[in-house]
Write a protein that binds this ligand. Structure first.
Ligand code: ADP
Ligand code: MG
Length: 828
């Protein structure tokens, strides 16, 4: 579907949703589901639109996922936000219209170069790369002329409106886009072979003279031309399929270079011609390492290569490397111009790869710098809370623990401590697999804050989780004489007012709660530390509201969703990341087995055995895409079977998204207290629930879950001392599905699995399911380029420390690109 109609449908849906009062009823089948799919489709269209549209759309997608769980004001806020941005989105997607000016980041006055440049063609401005929006200086060539890389592709020879439209599909609107459209592979046609040397089938390139042709029609509509080429060392039969025009272009007697595949038929070599060029002008399609580009229907490789032949020498030299020269001088990578040249006309495969790495380095460097810059603009001027070292209290706290901290816990705690002592507000993400021991890390930060005379607040996404945290923290901090209050939406008025008073006058140092903490009435005397658990359940805005209660407070976000290190920056760009990658010793591995559905009788026996031993079991039913109805049906069916037929003597509960909040809480509560033996549920139980007596997790239709989700679900068991089991029931498996099951059986290390998942599905899919906004990289390969990413990030950090405001002359192009490309990152 065209983006115009997608956009219009979305517009209508948004209006309807406003109209019906944010009940998710604006569209048949649900507004949120509809809008999400529209956004996903639009995101595809927006891939190459300048600005952070990809990230923004992805962010909304993510928020829409929990639309129904949100209170009405949150829904309204989201819908309004989308609504307000729709026009800008239309503008950004329209090739004919100028892009909205960067507004979010305070931009420095734009000095236009030279004498009053005439911006005659508004079409020009559509390309954000155009020099018209850039500051210029003495070292910047006046690339506003038609020879700049911002030139629209349509003005090239051989590119009319039709081909321009096709190129647009590939995300190519300007010459610059073309130059950064990278080949996805290469064919080595650089080495000429003499015909006498040809022994084996494979790709070859030979140079010789055409001897003769003869046409042959094996069946109607298929023309095969056979011929011969002679290079002095021998005669090689050649075959041209459907290339009727070639004999006329290269008649017998012409000296040509021919590339193609050699096959052997009845022991005789035969060359299936892929490319043929005149020897005099060979070098575009043959006789070199040939790039193969991601193409689209109607645009062939020859045409694309022809374009590069046309633009490279003319435009590439005026590309300006945004990498500051002092950094570029230290990093062992080719110059940008050289990199682009080697990417399209490589001297060797190594040179092409080096070129790609240079472009990838730039992408990562740019994004990383942008995050730092944006964050600085947002909070750089805020004087943060400076917490005390509080050595004594911390030592005492740790000495009272029944175990010693793992190396990873110690490392992460010191990272947090350093942030807390600094005068810049902390902004840190703590990633740790379930059971990694995040609680004690967070509690250490609380001890430090309270010992420094500040208050700390922890927000959890559900009442159940908040209660668990409250209980955990109360016992952890009891010895420290640090009372922990618990604030929920459902607590009595008297008690509630007591807590509010205590927070306001500072007599309560620590509070744990849900969204209830966000309410206006909740005020703190000296809030110094905000901790948010399971961040993906919270909107960015909620994070901001809680933080807003004290701008200077340090923020620690905890998540049990492991993201490979290489992706963390793209996903959590504005947060520093700490990783707890070592588990407390002595933890038993959850025994994990993949079985077919014929194994149910055995599963029932296992469940009965465990329940008899005083344990509990989860049975999770598959989420069927886009259909809450059948979702529900599956759970209800399994519940009926278990409660009526299989375990009529046991207490079986059911939990799904259609239940009211209180109903859900009540069911969880009963399971938590051991009043239910078996809980049949949809994935609503996914996050953070801790029932130590639960030892079996049965996942039905396991093929429908991604690795990350399977791992999350498995994390619900194995939390006590007893041996736990995870049974994956799946019948029809794709190859990838089989690998997923195998990975689950082999490992229960969340980070290992996340890496595996990333490899299996690639970053797009991996992040897609997580609904995170990520800016797209074209050259950087998040899997292969881990080392490069580290290096580029390190250099970005280094440079941002040297020139935080990007004011140095060496930062000029960098600053321009950061503002231009990432002016909306402030959404995060
Ligand atoms: P999560 O990261 O999932 O929040 P928790 O903080 O709940 O993990 O810790 C899981 C369990 O491990 C808790 O029972 C906790 O007491 C225990 N634990 C934490 N750190 C250690 C350690 N260093 N040694 C032994 N047990 C630990
Ligand atoms: Mg936890």
């Amino acid at each position: 579907m065209k983006w115009q109609s997608l956009w219009q449908n979305l517009r209508r849906a948004v209006d309807a949703e406003c109209h019906c009062g944010y009940t998710d009823g604006g569209v048949v089948g649900g507004f949120a589901a509809f809008a999400r799919s529209a956004l996903i489709a639009l995101r595809r269209e927006a891939v190459d639109v300048p600005g952070p549209w990809g990230a923004r759309l992805a962010l909304w997608e993510g928020q829409l996922q929990y639309y129904r769980q949100q209170p009405i004001p949150e829904r309204r806020h989201l819908v309004e936000q989308i609504s307000q941005n729709l026009s800008a989105l239309e503008l950004a997607l329209s090739p004919q219209l100028p892009v909205t000016p960067p507004s979010a980041i305070p931009s420095r006055p734009v000095e236009l170069s030279g004498k009053a440049p005439t911006r005659t063609a508004p079409r020009r401005a559509a390309s954000s790369h155009n020099a018209a929006v850039s500051p210029s200086g003495p070292d910047r060539p006046l690339s506003r002329s038609s020879a700049g890389p911002g030139t629209e592709i349509q003005f090239l020879r051989g590119v009319g409106p039709q081909r321009a439209a096709l190129l647009k599909k590939l995300g190519i609107a300007t010459v610059r886009d073309l130059l950064f459209h990278l080949p996805h592979r290469y064919i080595d046609r650089s080495r000429l072979m003499s015909i006498a040397q040809i022994r084996y089938p494979g790709d070859v390139t030979v140079a010789g003279v055409i001897r003769a042709y003869q046409q042959w029609n094996p069946r109607r509509g298929l023309a095969v031309i056979k011929g011969q080429i002679d290079d002095g060392s021998g005669l090689l039969p050649i075959v041209l399929f459907n290339r009727k025009h070639l004999p006329a272009k290269y008649p017998p007697g012409t000296a040509v270079v021919v590339s193609g595949k050699v096959e052997f038929r009845y022991g005789k070599a035969e060359l299936l011609v892929e490319e043929m060029e005149n020897q005099a002008e060979a070098g575009l399609h043959t006789n070199r390492i040939i790039p193969v580009y991601p193409a689209t229907e109607g645009l062939n490789q020859r045409f694309l290569r022809g374009l590069y032949g046309q633009v490279l020498d003319k435009y590439a030299p005026s590309l300006i490397d945004p990498l500051p020269t002092p950094v570029a001088a230290k990093v062992k990578l080719p110059s940008l111009v050289e990199a682009v040249r080697q990417i399209h006309f490589p001297e060797s495969l190594e040179a092409a790869e080096a070129g790609r790495r240079k472009v990838a380095f730039n992408e990562i460097f740019l994004l990383s710098t942008a995050w730092r810059y944006v964050r600085r603009q947002k909070q750089g001027r805020i004087e943060g809370v400076r917490h005390q070292p509080a050595r004594e209290e911390l030592q005492r706290f740790w000495s009272l623990l029944p175990y010693t901290l793992t190396g990873a816990q110690q490392r992460v705690i010191s990272e947090i401590e350093a942030d807390m002592e600094a005068d810049r507000p902390m902004h840190r993400l703590l990633q740790g697999d379930v059971g990694a021991g995040k609680t004690v890390v967070a509690a250490s930060a609380v001890v430090k804050a309270v010992a420094s005379g500040y208050q700390a607040a922890l927000m959890a996404p559900t009442e159940v989780l908040a209660e668990q945290h409250a209980i955990n923290w109360q016992s952890l901090l009891a010895n420290m004489a640090m009372p922990v209050a618990h604030l929920t939406g459902s607590m009595g008025r008297r008690r509630r007012e007591e807590v509010l008073r205590g927070l306001a006058d500072g007599s309560i140092p620590v509070v744990v709660g849900t969204h209830a903490l966000l309410q206006k009435e909740v005020t703190f005397r000296r809030l110094g530390l905000v901790i948010i658990d399971e961040q993906h359940r919270f909107g960015v805005r909620q994070r901001a509201v809680l933080k807003g209660k004290s701008e200077a407070a340090d923020l620690l976000v905890m998540t049990a969703t492991p993201i490979p290190r290489t992706l963390a920056m793209t996903v959590y760009g504005d947060l520093d990341v700490s990783i707890l990658d070592e588990r407390p010793p002595g933890r038993r591995q959850v025994k994990t087995h993949h079985v077919g559905s014929d194994a149910w009788p055995r599963i029932y026996r296992l469940m009965r055995r465990e329940v008899a031993a005083g344990h509990q079991a989860y049975v999770v039913c598959p989420a069927i895409e886009d259909s809450e109805e059948s979702d529900l049906a599956a759970v209800e069916e399994r519940y009926a079977t278990l409660s009526r037929n299989v375990f009529p003597d046991l207490a079986v509960g059911i939990l799904h998204g259609r239940l009211k909040k209180e109903e859900k809480a009540a069911v969880m509560e009963r399971f938590y207290r051991g009043q239910l033996h078996i809980l049949v549920a949809t994935t609503v139980i996914e996050v953070g629930v801790d029932v130590p007596a639960a030892t079996i997790m049965v996942i039905e239709g396991a093929e429908r879950f991604g690795l990350a989700q399977l791992h999350q679900l498995r994390g619900r068991v194995g939390r006590g001392d007893a041996q736990s089991y995870c049974i994956l029931v799946a019948d029809k498996l794709s190859e990838e599905g089989r690998q997923r099951m195998r990975a689950m059986e082999a490992s229960d290390d969340g980070f290992r699995l996340a890496e595996e998942d990333l490899k299996l599905r690639g970053p797009g899919e991996f992040l897609g399911t997580r609904q995170s906004g990520i800016p797209v990289f074209k050259a950087a390969d998040l899997v292969r380029d881990a080392d490069l990413m580290e290096m580029a990030k390190e250099w970005a950090r280094h440079w941002s420390e040297q020139d935080p405001e990007l004011e140095a002359p060496e930062s000029r192009e960098l600053a321009r690109r950061v503002r231009e490309t990432f002016h909306g990152l402030d959404l995060f």
